[in-house]
Design a protein around this ligand. Structure first.
Ligand SMILES: Cc1cc2nc3c(=O)[nH]c(=O)nc-3n(C[C@H](O)[C@H](O)[C@H](O)COP(=O)(O)OP(=O)(O)OC[C@H]3O[C@@H](n4cnc5c(N)ncnc54)[C@H](O)[C@@H]3O)c2cc1C
Length: 395
């Protein structure tokens, strides 16, 4: 099996790298994997890519896309952006555009896709609620049709990007009497609508997500994606895209490569870390785990480019393995660095000039918990694999 990219894709990769090295400023990199488009500098950076036509590659011309002979162009672009800690385009393109093209009405496609491809609008994905996380189908945020509008009441939790997004891609309950998977719909809510209150939730690594409260928020019924009460199907499709279009092995590869360089260069008591047999064994083992992650990532995107194929199983395997490797890797890095690994460089707690690798190792360790849980992490992905791939009974 040949996993190589085509010459055209490799040429595109070189072009993207050149662009990133020219357009990158200190303001752009983000600690948050897949960086948020939350500042003018980050938005301008992505708009420059849109101006080059890179966000449109492979999408239908009818909606502002350009035909392409590079099926993996979007993957290559996201991979390079991840490697540079630059904002990725996986949410807007990978999740919203892909799901809209499959499930949205012609009017919604016409209204939103061209603007997304030009990076004119930003999105928040709003599924989670205080009592609907892993058990997402339990969502209670209520939408009642009143004339030509839905009226929405409820709360969404951990809604990243809500504080700067233009639109919220929102799971709502439209039929409280139906079985829970069958009473959900997917609505696009304008963030300027009266009745929306957003309050910050600060993560353990100092990045922002949000609670969003909806109080009699009115949404035109044309903003329904697909059919009423079929939202669960669309949300599971969108979440599948999220598991490889937003979540990537690339940041893990970047951290691993950085750490390998570090152990080659760093001496402790006059001896290079790379010469320590325990360190070498740990690193060698991790390299295999990371490589398996790359293979699962490739498998996922290779399947995703098949027409009308949604890679539910491949994406669940990819997401599960990504969470496991991140956890294992950050654990081993801390182990190798000993007490120095727990130091931060620029935080009030534990801040020290002696922090190694810019103090990122402690953050990565804390952040691995998020990787294991968010957007169907390790446990929920295992459930999906057990049920859908192995046909085991539901737990
Ligand atoms: C920083 C951050 C950003 C986020 N951004 C967004 C966003 O933009 N939009 C959005 O909609 N959501 C977002 N989320 C929410 C995220 O997807 C949820 O945290 C996730 O779905 C888990 O839900 P929960 O936090 O309620 O945990 P719980 O569901 O309470 O799970 C707790 C633990 O129990 C395990 N568990 C739960 N049920 C099972 C089961 N049946 N079998 C085995 N194990 C199980 C879980 O795997 C987890 O380890 C974000 C979360 C975080 C932390």
């Amino acid at each position: 099996m040949n996993f190589a990219f085509t010459k055209e894709e490799e040429a595109f990769r070189a072009e993207v790298r050149e662009f990133i090295s020219g357009a990158m400023t200190d303001e752009i990199p983000s600690r948050w994997l897949g960086g948020l488009l939350d500042t003018p500098a980050r938005q301008d950076f992505v708009t420059k890519m849109a101006d080059k036509g890179w966000l449109s590659i492979g999408f239908p011309e009818k909606y502002g896309g350009t035909e392409s002979t590079m099926p993996l162009a979007q993957y290559v672009l996201n991979e390079e952006l991840h490697m540079a800690q630059a904002p990725i385009v996986g949410k807007n393109l990978g999740v919203v555009v892909n799901t809209l093209l499959h499930q949205g009405s012609e009017e919604l496609k016409q209204e939103f896709v061209p603007r997304i491809l030009r990076n004119e609008i930003q999105w928040a994905l709003a599924y989670t609620e205080p009592d609907a996380g892993s058990d997402l189908a339990n969502m209670q945020c209520r939408a009642v049709l009143d004339g030509d509008e839905y009226v929405i009441n409820g709360q969404k939790r951990f809604i990243t990007s809500a504080h700067f997004a233009d639109y919220m891609w929102t799971g709502v309950r439209t039929d409280p009497d139906a079985p829970k998977h069958k009473g959900i719909s997917l609505l696009i809510i304008d963030m300027d609508s009266p009745g929306i209150t957003i309050t910050p939730i600060w993560t353990i690594i100092g990045e922002r997500t949000n609670d969003v409260f909806l109080d009699n928020v009115r949404v035109p019924k044309e903003r329904l994606v697909g059919e009423e009460n079929k939202g669960w199907q669309y949300i599971t499709e969108a979440l599948t895209y999220e598991r490889f279009a937003m979540t990537s092995i690339a940041p893990t590869v970047r951290k691993f490569q950085r750490f390998v360089d570090f152990v080659k260069e760093t001496e402790v008591d006059g001896k290079r870390l790379a010469d320590d047999p325990v360190v070498r064994r740990k690193i060698a083992r991790l390299s295999v785990l990371v490589e398996i992650g790359r293979m699962l990532d490739f498998r996922c995107v290779a399947m995703a480019v098949k027409p009308d194929y949604v890679p539910y199983i491949e994406a669940a395997m990819n997401k599960m393995w990504g969470g496991i490797v991140e956890t294992e890797m950050s654990d081993q890095f801390l182990d190798i660095l000993g007490p120095h690994g727990y130091l931060w460089k620029d935080r009030e707690a534990n801040a020290s000039e002696d922090a190694l690798l810019d103090g990122d190792v402690a953050d990565d360790y804390l952040w691995a918990g998020h990787q294991r849980v968010a957007a169907a992490g390790v446990d929920i992905s295992k459930n999906i694999i057990a049920r859908r791939y192995l046909n085991l009974p539901s737990s």
